[in-house]
Design a binder for this molecule. Structure first.
Ligand code: SF4
Ligand code: SF4
Length: 502
């Protein structure tokens, strides 16, 4: 049956320009191209549209296009539905995908606009005046008390919970070594150090080569507990308990055995070639009280010196869950919306479960404020943050910082082909194949990531200046600076913003 499936993409080689160097044959991680009878031949069905051949052909002789007549147009039975039905008829399995939810659900970031100052409340020029982006993540006290010393200086008497400093309100989202290559992980770590932000181990232990970046590392404790021991917990700046992921709420993780090579096995503390399966729930968490026990067990293990973060997927009752997490003793809540990326997830889960980060963030911030516990936790918002504009809107909705995953991958060269789960990433990012991973130069990729963070920082300063404020602190939770465009009264109510024009 599968032999009759049409190719989704067509690889076109312009033979008048091709000089038979065969570079494209070597560059394709999916084995699409071969050299036969003195010319490059494409097996179109294998093409993932990762664009590696297009980008590396020295003659610009290759283009990849959608197969225009792969499926007849039908608004209800979309090409994707038909393709998936054919695949399942052939395989009988669940369908996997990578990357984030790409369905046409409304993007609320695209239906919100920010305010700007003029005349009576002047704007600030960030090129001439200082602009503060520094952010501290961690639980804040209800009040501060000081004593005045004899020399006239003040001493803080309030005992502070551990805080971690970000020079820009951004962290890199969780991506494990295993899901992505060690070179990609190194790039994230190097960029995090350079920019004064954080990267995240994902659920896969910490490679010894990354210990040098410990003070810029979020170490994750996932349900599979891969690589978790006392040394691991104490290597990081923040410990994150992963209870959910925006791309696949309610289910666990699965790193196929083919991706578990010697180094991944050492890092995850599992045998080479064995599947790394994270169960859907943590085996020891069935209530907020259980979660609280794990939070305090980690605090004990880290001498109460590191903030503990709890990561949850954005789902319908996320505000109530977040309230419980704040009361359970967490210092940071990581909210992951349904646009969040993944190395591998069942397509049906990614596309049909969870809610947008904008709505979840607004609901959580509002509930924690109403209950008087907003200061107890910092909020990191993630799940489809594409630009500094999205970042500024997320902060205005109540986030202390945002996490970026897909945007970071794109900065490193990813073309969003969504085939990460195959382990064949031609760009050397979502793969463990040595001939592919060596394509990603960690220094160069770190430079690209650093450039992106610097660009977003400059743009955030411009936005703050136009709003007439000189610190990101002044934007946090300032929903009166947002207006909705094309949103219903109910949507505006959930977001806690007014319509444009009012
Ligand atoms: S990389 Fe370009 S020039 Fe070289 S064989 Fe392929 S199509 Fe021809
Ligand atoms: S990381 Fe690689 S495989 Fe995954 S979407 Fe990007 S280009 Fe495709």
């Amino acid at each position: 049956m599968s032999m009759y499936l049409p190719a989704e993409f067509i690889v076109q080689v312009d033979y008048s320009r091709c000089r038979s160097c065969r570079r494209c044959v070597a560059e394709c991680g999916f084995g699409t191209l071969s050299y036969q009878n003195d010319r490059v031949i494409a097996d179109h069905k294998k093409c993932a549209a990762c664009q590696r051949c297009v980008s590396t052909c020295p003659e610009g002789a290759i283009t990849v296009i959608h197969n225009p007549l792969a499926y007849k147009k039908n608004y209800h039975w979309t090409p994707e539905h038909i393709k998936n039905l054919h695949k399942q008829a052939a395989t009988g399995g669940k369908l996997l995908t990578g990357g984030g939810n790409d369905k046409v659900y409304k993007s609320y970031f695209d239906h919100m606009v920010l305010d700007a100052c003029q005349v009576t409340n002047p704007s600030i020029d960030p090129l001439r005046e200082p602009m503060e982006l520094r952010t501290y993540l961690g639980s804040k006290p209800d009040s501060l008390s000081f004593t005045c010393l004899e020399n006239g200086e003040y001493k803080l008497e309030t005992e502070m919970s551990p805080q971690v400093r970000l020079e820009v309100p951004i962290v890199f989202a969780a991506m494990s070594f295993g899901a992505i290559s060690l070179n990609a992980h190194k790039a994230l770590a190097m960029a995090a150090k350079e920019c004064g932000i954080l990267y995240n181990t994902g659920e896969g232990g910490l490679h010894k080569e990354l210990y040098a970046y410990g003070d810029r590392t979020i170490v994750q404790v996932a349900s599979g507990r891969f690589g978790v021991n006392h040394e691991y917990l104490n290597q990081g700046a923040v410990v994150e308990i992963k209870c959910g992921q925006g791309a696949k709420p309610g289910i666990g993780g699965h790193l196929p055995g083919e991706k578990v090579n010697q180094e991944v096995s050492q890092t995850r503390m599992i045998p080479v070639g064995s599947d790394a399966i994270s169960p859907a729930p943590h085996h020891d968490i069935y209530s907020i009280e259980d979660l609280s026990q794990l939070i305090y067990a980690i605090k004990e293990a880290t001498n109460y010196e590191k903030p503990v973060c709890v990561k949850i997927a954005a789902v319908h009752n996320v505000a109530a869950i977040a309230s419980g997490i704040a009361r359970a003793g967490a210092d940071i809540i990581f909210l992951d919306g349904f646009r969040g990326g993944t190395g591998a997830a069942p397509t049906i889960i990614r596309d049909n479960l969870g809610i947008p980060i904008e709505l979840a963030l607004a609901a959580v911030d509002e509930r924690l404020r109403r209950e008087g516990i907003r200061n107890k936790v910092s909020i990191i918002a993630a799940g489809g943050i594409r630009s500094s504009g999205d970042m500024a809107k997320a902060i205005a909705l109540g986030a202390d910082a945002v996490a970026i995953g897909t945007a970071a991958l794109i900065a490193m060269g990813c073309r969003l082909c969504q085939k990460c789960y195959t382990g064949n990433c031609s760009w050397g990012i979502a793969t463990q194949r040595p001939e592919l991973t060596r394509r990603l130069n960690p220094e160069k990729a770190a430079e690209c990531l650093t450039n992106m963070i610097r660009g977003w920082s400059l743009e955030l300063k411009e936005i703050l200046g136009s709003l007439g404020v000189n610190a990101v602190e002044s934007l946090r939770g300032s929903r009166e600076r947002l207006r909705g465009v094309g949103l219903s009264d109910t949507e505006l109510d959930i977001l806690g913003i007014k319509p444009a024009g009012r």
